[in-house]
Ligand binder design. Sequence first.
Ligand code: PMV
Length: 336
Amino acid sequence: MQSEKTTAVANSNIAIIKYWGKRDARLNLPQNSSISFTMDAQLSTLTTVEFSAKLKHDELLLNNARASSNETGRVSMFLDLIRAQARIKQKAKVVSGNSFPKGAGLASSASGFAALAAAASKAAGLKLDDRELSALARRGSGSASRSIFGGAVEWQAGTRRDGKDSVAIERSPSFKWDHLRNVVAIISSQEKKVSSRAGMEETVRTSKLFRQRLKDVEKRLDTVRKAIAEGDFEAMAETIMQDSNSMHAVMLDTWPPIRYMNDVSWAIVEEVLAFNADKGKAVAAYTFDAGPNAHVYTTEKYAKEIEARLVSIPGVQKTMVCQIGEGIRYRTEHLF
Ligand code: PMV
């Protein structure tokens, strides 16, 4: 096999119905389906991969620096899946860069593993369709399965034990959501204390409330699917906030408890609720991942007003406004 140097770009995604809890840790199979919007290229990862017989080990450069042995090990294990599928033994050089500042506390595993799955599988000579690419990206990081697609995306939990049906689908293309914004409020750039992998495992093992969450999520998924089909953001705004609350509640119900949101995050929750009360309807929806930073979805009409309100909250370091973006793309210019 002749390896071809390949470069791919993937954008991050921010879930509105959250994934928290696996039913299979090795295959990264989730307990529930989740839904997200893919962000624009302000939150993206660009990755070049080349397999070569000259290399003795996989080499990984992240944001212009040699990656830690932990990071390289995780990428090597992921590349092993591709090598097995492509029946090759060659090691790879991987150069990857995020568009957003390192240490901004913004998740990079979704865009990172989506870009890596696309670039590495193509470089290894595999011709995967988007569904297969989504299943592959999922093995690197669950949320990466959603970043293969643009617009509104559902990662369907699936029921098969081999995980073949646990893949993402595009629910609605990005152009239908060109009025939607995610006002990101960066509070902390610290690495999270508990990784999502470890946190989820503890939740599934110890939280009783988690069983209730799984039931409630099904109803919320229906509400959100319907609102997406109708292109109606306001119809799902409250459900988005409730699902974020539910995920953070089961985190607190975990033993030992896990807390990602801090007092500044809660000040943002209150500000968004006050904003909606002022407008007399839910025009903005907060959601928080495994960290204190806020993502406030709203429409173009209210984005500037919301941003100004968030900036004025003590502890908010920076804001950025993202639009809804595309799925995976390939580039002919490479990083090395
Ligand atoms: O990116 P992962 O696979 O470690 O999972 C993170 C899950 C959340 O970001 C907390 C929620 C989600 O659905 O993205």
